[in-house]
Design a binder for this molecule. Structure first.
Ligand code: ADP
Ligand code: F6P
Length: 496
């Protein structure tokens, strides 16, 4: 059993299995903000990542990936249904995103949530060396800090929530609200994306648990739990270097040609999720086409929407509706060889994403609610010539930082159309002034700055931060042509 002084616990491992034609297993990064943020940070750092490897059945024994020890936690089919698809993604996810879809409550899901949190806690307790730092991620694991503290009081425990934390009016709907809050309070430091989220949490702790709470400190069981906002970010330099590569620039030029050399390319890149505002965006675009404000030959929309949580009913319904609407818009406004919307559901490697970002004159990031939204940050990082207009929802966590974007309220259809037109027709000087300011911000507030600020707050006395930052700064560049893809053979205990 390998022990680590830094243990990251997240629902997913930063890899996903797929069987190659020769029967070998290849491991790669999956689309999603958490892995995008943590993967470049932890690469080449002596640490253990505890998480789910995808699939059901016994956990595979995994090789180290880029020096990080991978510890897989098994999920049964029932756990997957009731914990991941149920409590995490059909109760908490919609509730935390303004209940834009109806959250569901089932007692069986709560049992699975407790069971799976306990299993993750046991795995973390096993691999953490005495006095280690354990950094727990996201809403799948709210109970873990409390469970882990009971098992291993010697540990320093951090919790970070990547998604929004809702106002009391919404959180109070949860039948097991007190247990969830208590679970989080097992941590020494609880990090949120925004100041408002920390405020919501403090209010709830005071109201539900009657504990003394400010927006910075909470007293519980004779301990002080600190809370605060730590907006997550990206590896800005890595994305900029990728976008500046000659092969990526050439690929962007080819993409523009393949799109029919339009005057303007609008791009959106989302997981297929009802929080991302895809339907509202399509409606705005379709009305602009109908009114003649946008013409297909001059302007194209590229919508990348990679399927997500595909067995959850709300996600299946969304996909059907989006695909029907894309079909309708293309049927009504497209011409032979000139679709109004280029619709892609594939996962792309980082170089292809960077080329897409480079070809986009306007990037439309218009979620109804989003904890952060790293796609917006990636776009800014990729605009190495300071061009490109970012159309950004006020309801994305990113908007608090990238205030020079063209900000819109995605619930306001007319406002969304006006914002899109403003971004399409903005004067180049205005566009680059805004882009320069956003790039300067991201240059300073990158993923290492995030880790430094969070971990130094968590581990005030320890050498952890220094070690982590030194290790990631020394990490070798990604392999040309194969960015961010780690391949290794794995062993499945039952061949499954
Ligand atoms: P979320 O965490 O809700 O998925 P974010 O915007 O924060 O939203 O993060 C999404 C991450 O997934 C980004 O790093 C983005 O580059 C990546 N991603 C999104 N779509 C794709 C895709 N089609 N192929 C590869 N990566 C993708
Ligand atoms: O950002 C929120 C989040 O749930 C992350 O935890 C995860 O990276 C991403 O969305 C993708 O979701 P999933 O792991 O369910 O595919």
């Amino acid at each position: 059993m390998r022990h680590s002084s830094l243990v990251v616990v997240a629902n997913r491992l930063p890899i996903d299995d797929s069987i190659a034609p020769d029967g070998a297993c290849e491991w790669r990064r999956t689309p999603g903000g958490l892995v995008s943020a943590l993967h470049p940070l932890l690469r080449h750092t002596p640490a253990t990542w505890v998480g789910w490897a995808g699939g059901t059945g016994p956990a595979p024994t995994l090789p180290d990936v880029d020096g990080v020890h991978m510890r897989a936690v098994p999920l049964t089919a029932e756990d997957l249904r009731d914990h991941y698809e149920g409590f995490a993604n059909s109760t908490l996810w919609p509730l935390y995103h303004d209940a834009v879809e109806q959250p569901e409550h089932h007692r069986r899901w709560w049992e699975a949530y407790q069971r799976v949190n306990r299993r993750f806690a046991e795995a973390a307790a096993e691999v953490a060396e005495p006095g280690a730092v354990v950094w727990v991620q996201d809403y799948h694991l709210h109970l873990l800090p409390g469970l882990l503290r009971a098992m291993r009081p010697d540990l320093r425990i951090g919790f970070f929530l990547h998604v929004p934390f809702p106002p009391p009016e919404l959180f109070m709907q949860l039948p097991r609200r007190a247990e969830l809050l208590r679970g989080m309070l097992g941590a020494d430091l609880i990090g949120f994306q925004r100041v408002q989220a920390a405020h919501n949490f403090a209010q709830l702790v005071a109201k539900v648990l009657s504990l003394p709470a400010t927006d910075r400190r909470i007293g519980v069981d004779g301990r002080v739990v600190r809370i605060g906002a730590f907006p997550v970010s990206i590896d800005t330099a890595e994305m900029a270097a990728l976008a500046a590569r000659p092969d990526v620039a050439a690929r962007a030029q080819r993409l523009r040609q393949d799109l029919g050399r339009p005057e303007r390319v609008i791009l959106s890149v989302d997981r297929m999720d009802y929080t991302k505002g895809i339907e509202q965006r399509l409606k705005a675009y379709s009305e602009l086409l109908a009114s003649g404000h946008v013409k297909v030959r001059d302007t194209v929309l590229v919508q990348v929407a990679v399927p997500s949580r595909e067995r959850v009913g709300q996600y299946q319904i969304l996909r059907e509706r989006v695909e029907r609407e894309v079909g309708r818009i293309n049927g009504e406004f497209g011409r032979v060889g000139e679709p109004a919307i280029h619709y892609l559901t594939q996962p792309f490697d980082r170089a292809e994403l960077a080329a897409l970002y480079r070809v986009a004159d306007v990037m439309a990031v218009t979620p109804l609610r989003d904890g952060m939204n790293l796609v917006a940050k990636e776009y800014v990082a990729a605009r190495v010539d300071d061009s490109g207009a970012l159309l950004l929802s006020e309801f994305a966590g990113t908007a608090a930082e990238l205030s020079q974007a063209y900000l819109v309220n995605p619930h306001d259809l007319e406002g969304l159309k006006e914002g899109l037109l403003a971004a399409l027709h903005a004067a180049p000087a205005d566009v680059s002034r805004r882009m320069r300011a956003m790039r300067a911000h991201l240059h300073e507030h990158d993923i290492r700055a995030w880790a430094r600020s969070y971990l130094s707050a968590l581990d005030e006395t320890g050498p952890l931060v220094q070690r982590l930052v030194t290790a990631t700064d020394a990490a070798p560049a990604t392999v040309p042509g194969q960015p961010d893809r780690s391949a290794a053979r794995i062993e499945h205990p039952s061949g499954g």
